[in-house]
Each structure stands twice: as structure tokens, then as C-alpha cells.
Design a protein around this ligand. Structure first.
Ligand code: CTP
Length: 424
């Protein structure tokens, strides 16, 4: 029995069989490759189907889409195409290629080639496994570099000693795979990695590529361990030269983990960028100027950069307000926190030492931010108030009263508003 039919859901099996049928008919070698095969062998679900065609990948993708009523998006420059099937399954189809690097760290120049050559340019042995899809050979494993053996022994190993030099992003990928899969870096690979870090080659990467790697690292399941490995290999300095591993940082990262768990338990069903929370923790241990420099140097999307304004002094001030005795009333808590994105709230929870403050932030997330007065502007008009700046003022005071439990019903709200009208 082959790996595909025994390990994958039936819709994926028939999709791959359809690819194999077309490949057979067009007489082109066609393979599933990369992370998809690696994860299939490890029993990890992975829906990123990467296909390599020994021929024109784009023409193949177009023919497949025509035959199976799928959509196709072509990336002419890279010789690749993404096919989206009617049931939502996706295939990334590429032309088998040889890449040559004009100079180390440059993006590769691409030429059509065979699958063997295509696999030989890849980063680690565990990512060089391929599965044949042509009908007559459907499901056969291609293992040119001992990838299966390295999967069995849980080893990350480069294919050749220039791998990190050609593409230093692989330094970060090595650490990412090592931690994600619970693998170890092979000895020679470790020393090659250390050399690239020492020789400063990572500085040659574009800021965009570097930043993408950091985001990928911090988006993994357990960034704390990843960051500890980064510190061990002296890689944190590429985030900022002043950033170092320390017990303070480790402690903080543990608190971030606990905070994220707490947030998950609140079941808010709101998507957040966990990498931003980790990034906030990293920045919080740096001086203000270093945070500014990092934001200036790396290409943060503006929306995410804005979230970082709360690191350092900003968060210290907020926590001081929440930590006052007696405990602030709900309306004060609401006013303190209402402009903060959830990532910043999680970060504050991690930074605070006080359980009372953590509870206030939880209450804001689950309750206070959802409370609204029953009356609105139209009701105020009907009550004889003239629309104008005082409307906002009245509605804000009404919301505060409601948050503090001073008004609970429609008639209590009306009384409250009338009294406000008399005093203004
Ligand atoms: N690859 C490489 N060098 C890189 C990036 C990618 O050799 N710097 C190769 C690897 O063989 C990898 C494939 O391109 O398997 C696809 O890359 P990507 O989608 O980033 O990798 P995955 O292995 O699928 O990783 P992930 O599970 O994180 O998506």
C-alpha cells in the first residue's frame, strides 16, 4: 500500500490521483514534495500540497484547472501556479527547477530542470522527500538524500556545506523545524550554522526576509523555547543588538504563555496575532530608543507597529492606574483599556504581577467591553435633548453608570439622563 492512500483523507487522495492521471497522459514526471511529504511521513496533518512537474508547471496547472473546473492563479515570474478546487482544496504547482545564486543571499535565478535537481537545491534532508504521482508509480517514495533516515532519527541536516551561505534564512528555518518537530541539529550542521552567524552573513539578508523569518518563528506553537535556542546561537541580536537572553526575559516569556492560555480560556472567538504579543515582550526589556530603532529598521505592517506603542513606559503607566487602591470601578477600568488591542491586553496581563489587575483585564475582555446603554441618540432626541456635543457627553456618562451598575433598566437610564439634563 502506498503512503497516500493509507494516510490521507479520501478527497485529497482523489485530488492527487487526478494529478497523477493528467501527468501520465502528458508524459511528465510529477511529484508531491517538501513539507507535505515530510509531515505525511511524520503523521502530521498538512494541507499545503506542493507539486513539482518535470515540464511546464504553469501549463500543467492550467490544464488541470480546465479539466476539473478549478480556479488557477499563475505566478509567471516563479514558474508556479496555485490551483483552487471547487471543494476548497489547494495545490501549489511548480516547474521543477535548478536555482543558481548570483551571490550569496540573493534570491535565486530559476531554470527548468528535473525533480532530482530540484530536490538537490533544498534546505534540509527532511525536506527533500518526494512522492511520485504518475498513475503507474503512484505513491512511490523518492528519497535521494537519506531524508527518511533523518526523519527516523529526528535529525536536521543540511544537504551541503554552502546551504546556509546560499540562503541564511535557513538558519532560522533550522531552529524552527528543530523546535516544532522536537528534532536535533546534526553536529556538522550546527557548526555550519554557527559559522554563518559569526561571519555576519545574516546581515546581508533583506529586512523584509529577516522580518518574515522572525514572524514565522514567533508564530510557532512554543516561541519561548525557540527564543531560548535563538539566544544560544546568538541570533537575538538580529532583532536588536541590545537584545540578549536573560532570566528576566525567560520569566517574562513564561508569563506571556500563561497569559495567552488565560486568554484562550475566555473563549472570545477573536483572532489575534500571538507573534505580536511575544514581540511586545521582547521589546519591553529594551530601552525606548532601541524599540524605536527596531520599529524603524524592520518592515512592520502599520497596524501591528501601532500595537507596540504600549510596550515600556506606556504599559507601566496603565498598570499603575489599574493597581490603585481601592480597586478601580468598572467604568474606570473600561476607560483605561478601551483603546487597547487584545494583543496589548494579553501583554499587560503578562507584565502585571497583580492577580487583581489580571482579573480586571479579564473582566474588561469578557464583560465591560460588551456593555452598552439601552438608550441611544434617537432616544435622547425623543426626550427633548438637542443633538450636539453634549449628546456624546451624556451617552458616555450613561455608559459609565451602566458599567458601574448604577442604572440597569430603561426607566433608570431615562431618570439618569433627565437628571444630567437638569444639572448641565
Ligand atoms: N526551501 C528551501 N530553502 C528555503 C525555503 C524553502 O530549501 N529557504 C524549500 C524546502 O525544501 C521546503 C520547501 O522549499 O520544504 C517549501 O518551503 P516552505 O513552504 O517554506 O516550507 P515547508 O517545509 O512546507 O515549511 P512549513 O511547514 O513551515 O510551511
Amino acid at each position: 500500500m502506498d503512503l497516500i492512500t493509507t494516510h490521507l483523507p479520501s478527497d485529497m487522495v482523489s485530488l492527487l490521483q487526478n494529478v497523477g492521471d493528467l501527468a501520465e497522459r502528458r508524459h511528465v514526471g510529477t511529484y508531491a514534495v517538501g513539507g507535505f511529504v515530510r509531515d505525511l511521513l511524520l503523521g502530521i496533518p498538512n494541507l499545503d500540497l506542493d507539486i513539482v512537474v518535470e515540464g511546464n508547471g504553469i501549463a500543467f496547472a492550467r490544464a488541470f484547472a480546465r479539466k476539473h473546473h478549478a480556479r488557477v492563479k499563475v505566478h509567471e515570474r516563479f514558474g508556479t501556479a496555485t490551483v483552487t478546487c471547487a471543494d476548497g482544496l489547494k495545490l501549489d504547482i511548480a516547474t521543477a527547477r535548478t536555482e543558481s545564486y548570483k551571490y550569496p543571499t540573493a534570491l535565486p535565478t530559476i531554470e527548468p530542470s528535473s525533480v532530482n535537481k530540484d530536490l538537490s537545491r533544498r534546505d534540509f534532508t527532511i525536506n527533500t522527500l518526494a512522492i511520485r504521482l504518475t498513475t503507474r508509480h503512484f505513491g512511490e517514495l523518492v528519497d535521494l538524500y537519506g531524508g527518511q533516515q533523518d526523519l527516523n532519527t529526528k535529525t536536521i541536516r543540511v544537504l551541503h556545506n554552502r546551504s546556509f551561505v546560499e540562503d541564511p534564512t535557513r538558519v532560522f528555518r533550522a531552529i524552527r523545524f528543530e523546535q516544532r518537530l522536537g528534532f536535533r541539529l546534526e553536529k556538522e550542521t550546527t557548526s555550519l550554522l554557527n559559522n554563518v552567524v559569526k561571519n555576519g552573513l545574516i546581515h546581508r539578508l533583506s529586512k523584509t526576509r529577516l522580518f518574515k523569518e522572525f514572524v514565522a518563528l514567533l508564530s510557532e506553537k512554543e516561541p519561548r523555547q525557540l527564543l531560548a535556542r535563538m539566544a544560544k546561537f546568538d541570533l537575538l541580536k538580529f532583532i536588536h543588538p541590545q537584545l540578549k537572553g536573560s532570566s528576566e526575559l525567560t520569566h517574562f516569556l513564561k508569563a506571556v504563555e500563561r497569559s495567552l492560555e488565560r486568554y484562550t480560556l475566555l473563549n472570545l472567538d477573536q483572532p489575534i496575532d500571538t507573534w505580536v504579543v511575544y514581540w511586545m515582550a521582547l521589546m519591553d526589556v529594551l530601552p525606548t530608543q532601541a524599540v524605536r530603532d527596531t520599529l524603524h529598521r524592520l518592515p512592520f505592517p502599520r497596524r501591528q507597529a501601532k500595537k507596540l506603542q504600549w510596550v515600556g513606559r506606556g504599559s507601566t503607566l496603565l498598570l499603575r492606574q489599574l493597581g490603585k487602591r481601592p480597586v478601580p470601578k468598572p467604568a474606570q477600568i473600561y476607560r483605561t483599556l478601551c483603546d487597547l488591542p487584545d494583543e496589548a491586553l494579553i501583554f499587560l496581563m503578562a507584565k502585571s504581577q497583580s492577580e487583581s489587575v489580571k482579573r480586571q483585564i479579564s473582566a474588561f475582555l469578557t464583560t465591560y467591553q460588551r456593555i452598552h446603554p439601552l438608550l441611544n441618540g434617537t432616544d435622547l432626541k425623543a426626550m427633548g435633548f438637542k443633538p450636539g456635543p453634549q449628546f456624546r457627553n451624556i451617552l458616555e456618562k450613561l455608559l459609565d453608570a451602566r458599567l458601574n451598575g448604577e442604572v440597569n433598566t430603561d426607566s433608570e437610564e431615562r431618570d439618569f439622563v433627565r437628571k444630567l439634563g437638569q444639572t448641565s
